[in-house]
Write a protein that binds this ligand. Structure first.
Ligand code: GAL
Length: 634
């Protein structure tokens, strides 16, 4: 497959007489795709029911006739002001009970039936007009679900929807009371109408109540997306895409992805490092202008799976962003490196955000490929270079991974609800595990919690999975490699209660978690191999073999030859050692990589990326900072 580049463009932000020259310059830069439309509702339908398509027709013509393929966005992340006159109660409400008002974007409640109908209406109108337009080669639905924390809403609409959802799920208030354990603190209900949303309670609400609300809220995102996907399918065969975000777990991406054709995501490596990642001040300083060396890779692997093998980057950071606490410029070369890292992980297309920096409104300090005065910004030349390199390079098809990581959104909600220790968070644990695999130089696949086939893998890691699904349990039973589960895997019931017999209930493996402790950052559990656990430690007992012990002789890893349980959260060097030992046992080749160097193998090539701010050596080849090197696989 030919890899391609693209860019996000807002014709409605620029005079019409500039569109053709912008398009020509995009083509000249080597770009194939242009994404438009996703915030344009107030210009498509300035008053209810009056459509003004002329400008969009002209924009599509200008871009398409220049040779660009268009990704048309549905504008439902930005309902126009008049929508509120029609549906004053469509706004989401925060946990404190305050409406999240008009004046920015994403001011809607996913569960609002009236707003869903409006979305269907605008999408049908767009489908009718552009569904068979030859220039429209893909559709993006809405924009970044959950951006600005918009999945959870505590509105009246949400409450009514939640009550109906509970009635369907539990059938009777008695069944719900039993499932949640509402006898505790006299929380029993005798009617579904009495069940409120789990906010503004005196102290913490019942965790089962919160988890139910998280599941309900995720279902609203899935249903909201499906309304648009179903509507568009009547008008077009072009692929339907959503642009997911980094480190967002508020809704089940596996389920949204099931209704779409491609998963794309928006990659802002430098913004993420400063805004969204743990790390020591030294690490943050070291990768200040490059982003964390594993953050992009993790999401490429995750969304490649969410997209059932089809991955795009819909927005790629080109220069400083405007939204992180600090917004440094990327090291020269990073806009190129990030694109190649995406391609090496299977991305078909990488689109830079955005073509020209806007001189007005919220994102005026956000760089583009062009400056507001229409002079090139530094990333333009890097995009040009990538386009030339793609043309010269043989195809980069995804390589086979032998290591897999299971990632589950429900578990993220469960541990948000009941962290038990302030540092226990699903993404953080999964990412720590992923980073260890990647530091070992492995290709990694991320799999859903109901993965039923593990036969491609020698090593499977499943940290923090609330409860093993039946398909996964069966796949583990037949697994011929080594699966390392835990910490905190298979430790809860569906209702976030404690199972009896006690956890984990692993196939053919006699292990019981007798006691669980969480640890403040000042405390560690030293291990017999010199390593240590942090944050979390489970005291294991049972007849399974101990493979690694703590310094005081308690089990740290227990299990048989195929299924093992990890009792704590290893720090990075300890994780490296554990992965090293497991790989050696299974004859899985690892690499010892200099700091900041990362690799990813495609079907034919090994790509080496230097995220370090200084040159690094790769078997005699010096790779400069922000450098990308590729070599054929032997
Ligand atoms: C994304 C969003 C874009 C733009 C961009 C700025 O989250 O999808 O519309 O806001 O961030 O970095």
């Amino acid at each position: 497959m030919n890899r391609t580049l693209g860019v996000c463009y807002y014709p409605e932000h620029w005079p019409q007489d500039q569109w053709a020259s912008d398009a020509a310059r995009m083509v000249d830069t080597g770009l194939t795709w242009v994404r438009i439309g996703e915030f344009g509702w107030s210009r498509m339908e300035p008053t209810p029911g009056t459509f003004t398509w002329d400008w969009l027709d002209d924009a599509i013509d200008a871009l398409g006739s220049a040779g660009l393929k268009i990704i048309l966005g549905t504008p439902t992340a930005t309902p126009p002001r008049w929508m509120l006159d029609k549906y004053p109660d469509m706004l989401a409400v925060d946990a404190q009970g305050h409406p999240r008002k008009f004046g920015s974007r994403r001011h809607y409640d996913f569960s609002h039936p009236g707003y869903r109908t409006e979305c269907k209406r605008i999408v049908q109108a767009m489908g009718e007009r552009y569904g068979s337009n030859p220039y429209i080669a893909a559709w993006q639905i809405d924009n970044e679900y959950d951006c600005h924390d918009t999945t959870l809403s505590y509105s009246d609409t949400a409450r009514k929807g939640f009550q109906n959802w509970l009635a369907q799920k539990y059938q009777s208030p008695d069944a719900l009371n039993r499932a949640w354990g509402n006898v505790f603190w006299s929380m029993e209900y005798d009617s579904f109408d009495l069940i409120d949303l789990p906010n503004l309670t005196v102290t913490e609400p019942n965790p089962a109540h919160v988890l139910a609300f998280r599941r309900y809220s995720s279902d609203q995102v899935v249903a909201f997306n499906k309304v648009q996907a179903d509507a568009l399918r009547h008008y077009t065969d072009a692929p339907l895409i959503h642009n997911y975000m980094g480190r967002i777990t508020a809704f089940d991406h596996w389920q949204v992805g099931a209704d779409l054709d491609i998963a794309s995501w928006d990659s802002y490596p430098i913004g993420f490092l400063s805004d969204r990642l743990e790390g020591t001040p030294e690490e943050k300083q070291k990768f200040l202008r490059q982003g964390h060396p594993d953050m992009q890779a993790f999401h490429h692997d995750l969304y490649r799976a969410v997209g059932k093998g089809r991955l795009w980057v819909m927005e790629q950071q080109p220069g400083p962003v405007n939204w992180a606490p600090y917004n440094p410029a990327p090291l020269r070369g990073m806009a190129r490196l990030w694109a190649w890292e995406a391609f090496a992980h299977g991305a078909e297309t990488v689109c830079y955000f955005r073509w020209r920096q806007a001189p007005f409104a919220q994102e005026q300090m956000h760089a583009g490929l062009m400056r507001p005065d229409n002079q090139p910004a530094p990333a333009l030349q890097e995009a040009r270079q990538v386009a030339d390199e793609i043309a010269a390079l043989p195809d980069v098809n995804t390589g086979q991974a032998h290591a897999a990581l299971i990632f589950d959104y429900e578990s993220a909600w469960a541990w948000d609800t009941q962290p038990q220790g302030a540092d226990f968070e699903m993404f953080r644990l999964a990412f720590a595990t992923y980073r260890a695999l990647r530091r070992a130089g492995l290709n990694i696949d991320i799999l859903p919690p109901d993965a039923a086939d593990l036969s491609n893998y020698k090593l499977v890691l499943a940290p923090g999975i609330l409860k093993l699904s039946d398909p996964l349990r069966l796949a583990l039973t037949n697994f011929k490699g080594t699966a390392l589960l835990g910490p905190r895997t298979d430790t809860k019931t569906d209702e976030l209660g404690i199972p009896v017999p006690m956890a984990p209930n692993l196939p053919d493996t006699d292990i019981t978690i007798a006691l669980t402790e969480s640890l403040p950052p000042t405390e560690t559990i030293p291990l017999q191999n010199g390593g240590q656990f942090r944050h979390w430690f489970e005291h294991l007992e049972g007849s399974a073999k101990t493979h690694l012990s703590t310094a005081t002789g308690q089990p740290a890893i227990m299990g048989g030859s195929h299924i093992r349980y990890l009792a704590g959260w290893p720090d990075d060097p300890t994780f490296d050692q554990i992965i090293q030992d497991l790989c050696e046992e299974r004859n899985l080749a690892t690499q010892s990589l200099p700091d900041g160097l990362r690799i990813r193998e495609t079907a034919t090539h090994r790509f080496i990326f230097n995220y370090a701010p200084e040159p690094q050596d790769w078997h005699g080849t010096t790779i400069p900072p922000a450098g990308v090197h590729w070599e054929p696989l032997k």
